[in-house]
Design a protein around this ligand. Sequence first.
Ligand code: SAM
Ligand code: SF4
Length: 439
Amino acid sequence: MSSGTFYIHTFGCQMNVHDSEQMGQLLCDEGYVRVDEAAGADIIIINTCSVREKAAQKAYSELGRLKRFKRRNPDLIMGVAGCLAQELGNGFFRKAPYLDFVLGTHNLHRLARIVGSVRDRRSRVADTSFHQPVRSLGIRTLPSGGRISAFVTIMQGCNNFCSYCIVPYVRGREESRQSIDILDEIGFLAENGIREVTLLGQNVNSYGSGLSEGIDFPALLRMINGTEGIERIRFTTSHPKDLSDDLAACFAGLDKVCEHIHLPVQAGSDYVLKKMKRGYTVGEYLKKVGMVRDACPEISITSDIIVGFPGEKEHDFQKTIDLMEEVRFDNTFSFRYCDRSGTASEGYDEKVAEEIKRERLSLIQSLQERHTFEKNRTMEGRVEDVLVEGFSKGSSVDVTGRTRGNKIVNLTGDETLAGKTVRVKIVRAHMHSLRGEML
Ligand code: SAM
Ligand code: SF4
């Protein structure tokens, strides 16, 4: 019998998307049913992100929008989870007195108990303690809607403390999961129709440090590559300082590892990189790019870039442009620097004016559009393996899928193709996708 309905709104990265899937699974296990609209739901959860100020503001405004449901229905249980919840803890109740619970990043596995105690005793709960090991990492879930691709968290937290980043404070210290648990979970996913896994961690390249089993990330990839039923393996994020020859060789040597690496550079000036505490120089970054391209010339490379870091002068910014021209990324996610509470760079002087950050961001983004389109154009006429995911948004005649290099391809087809890998000739390049014809 149904215990009621729940609605989860997710902000932020793939890790948060996966955390929401896990929270959803825990509530389904308790008999709750997921709904796509907040109106009428018995439980509402906002899974927040605080990596950038904009994401945090979006979460606050969504909360403001949803609080009217609580006014209308006092029995509604409303809570926040994720990085902003971890950051504010109890303080969230002062900002949003209508909330019933605040769930920290290490405590997802306690969700059902917390919902139960709010429901039975109508008391508020804030649970933001850190634990080792992080038990919530092992919650098994299948992605909804018959999707054929799933996330698998292989590690939590980060030890790098880049000077601008709040992640180590809100996700805790780096902790890798035992390889046997990861393989078990991937086996379960494969048995349930999943064809592609994306391994998640803030710095997957340091997977295994701290574990007694002596298995590093390339060794983990080799083990996963043997899983029957899984066709494709992706992962994110790779920290350039920890990218090894051995990992570069995996792109060529392991048939299931897809030819795509997300390798955030953040800035193209050594001065800025040093202040960011990234642990590499531009020269070292370029060497790593050369290393993966030597191992796998077809690899697609994407990156993250921050503009307007404190002290970034015009000539530093120009170096970021130069680096982009040299590497020619397939795509980048670029952001205006913003102060995050408690980070080292919050205290740095020479903050860059918002107006200048905006201008720099716009320059970077138009340059990237040019590069992305150029890259996509080189795909025209090529034949690619496309793993079909399902119908394209809003279409009943086109399906959508991805190349191994993570480019979106739309082609004519029907639902029988979902989950299949088909040979496709790329006939036209667009900015954000490719058009293909099935061979
Ligand atoms: N672990 C990944 C790495 O090392 O690149 C990235 C994690 S972070 C969740 C995602 C991206 O957000 C970063 O790569 C960075 O570009 C951006 N970011 C983090 N803190 C930021 C800040 N204070 N201001 C602007 N962008 C930020
Ligand atoms: Fe943040 Fe740096 Fe860790 Fe990435 S590596 S999560 S940017 S501290």
